[in-house]
Design a protein around this ligand. Structure first.
Ligand SMILES: Nc1ncnc2c1ncn2[C@@H]1O[C@H](COP(=O)(O)OP(=O)(O)O)[C@@H](O)[C@H]1O
Ligand SMILES: [Mg+2]
Length: 323
């Protein structure tokens, strides 16, 4: 996370301050005026400024959001890590849960998953409290519940345990810290691990590619959800499908988008995440796109995704009785 930094302009923009307000705040609260020292602002600065200036969005009831598709390479990790980081940049308290033993979500944030001794495995199998396993980050609004290769035997280890499909939900319920969002990045498989994630989630966000191969996987996923709703206590509040890696210059992509709009119109988000080489580059360099290149297509589309998903996550309004 040391590689993430902000220009003064972007830093002020994230905090919703004008340049003049930022200067005044720096004087009043004796905060480090990075630019004057020839430096850039850091994620830790963002948290420190928020704290000093009390610039926090209101706390909200916790929302657990799972990025899932049984197919690999659709952008679960790219979107979930960028989305989680962006929410935390905006001041929401976010726990990013990496469910994949490949640890790519950590990598997208510039973190080395393999060095973590404790992982989600310990939470699920040994019932180690989540609070003991999560990693604190310089951007204090964001925490990571990591996975790495220690996770690879989790399916077998869970098999003989009681309540084996509810362990993630129970562990998150026991967590005292008031995270506004728990964002989960799923591996592309179906087993006990993803079942745990589904049963812990309020919302499902399904990244798909605009190609015809995606339809089969999507149908399978919707059938699985329907089965789980019937057989287990699955009650998702929202299911969203988001097209990722979209390239409108190919006819196939445009046709697939039209077909998705027809078949999944109740679920398909208006937001389309366009193909963006900078997005892929940002992930490989371990810098979230909103910090890597705020003006890029990828960063814009993540902003749109946040803007579209958040209003749907408000708690249901209590109907006033009609007098
Ligand atoms: N919008 C995008 N534009 C360009 N490349 C993307 C985009 N989304 C994902 N990618 C790239 O596609 C590959 C697969 O993405 P990833 O997030 O790892 O998928 P998954 O987690 O579903 O397997 C990665 O190399 C990633 O950098
Ligand atoms: Mg992934």
């Amino acid at each position: 996370m040391e590689r993430i930094s902000y220009s003064r302009g972007r830093f002020a923009e994230i905090l919703g301050l004008t340049d003049k307000q930022l200067r005044a705040a720096e004087r009043k609260h004796q905060l480090p005026a990075r630019e004057a020292a020839g430096e850039r602002y850091t994620p830790a600065d963002l948290s420190r400024y928020r704290q000093a200036l009390a610039l926090r969005p209101a706390a909200r009831p916790q929302r657990r959001q799972l990025f899932l598709n049984f197919k690999g390479g659709t952008g679960k990790t790219s979107l979930s890590s960028a989305y989680a980081y962006r929410l935390a940049e905006m001041g929401h308290r976010v726990l990013l849960v990496d469910l994949d033993s490949q640890g790519h979500a950590s990598k997208c944030l510039g973190l080395e998953a393999e060095r973590y001794e404790l992982t989600l495995f310990d939470v699920l199998v040994k019932r180690t409290p989540v609070a003991e396993v999560i990693q604190r980050l310089p951007l204090t609004e964001l925490a990571l519940l990591p996975s790495n290769l220690r996770m690879s035997t989790v399916e077998l280890a869970l098999m003989p345990l009681h309540a084996r499909e509810f362990r993630l939900r129970l562990s998150l319920d026991e967590l005292q810290e008031p995270f506004d969002f728990v964002v989960m990045d799923a591996p592309p498989s179906f087993g006990l691990l993803n079942l745990n994630a589904l049963l812990a989630a309020h919302d499902l966000i399904i990244p798909v590619l605009a190609d015809f191969l995606s339809f089969h996987g999507l149908r399978l996923l919707f059938e699985t959800i329907a089965d789980l709703e019937r057989d287990l206590e699955l009650a998702l509040q929202q299911v969203c499908v988001v097209i990722n890696n979209f390239n409108p210059t190919t006819r196939i992509a445009r046709q697939a988008r039209t077909a998705l709009e027809e078949h999944y119109k109740d679920y398909l988000l208006g937001t389309v995440v366009r193909q963006c080489t900078k997005f892929a580059q940002a992930s490989s360099e371990g810098v979230p796109i909103s910090a890597f290149l705020p003006g890029s297509k990828g960063a814009e589309d993540i902003d749109r995704l946040v803007a579209e998903v958040l209003p749907r996550c408000l708690p249901p309004r209590v109907e006033e009785p009609i007098a």
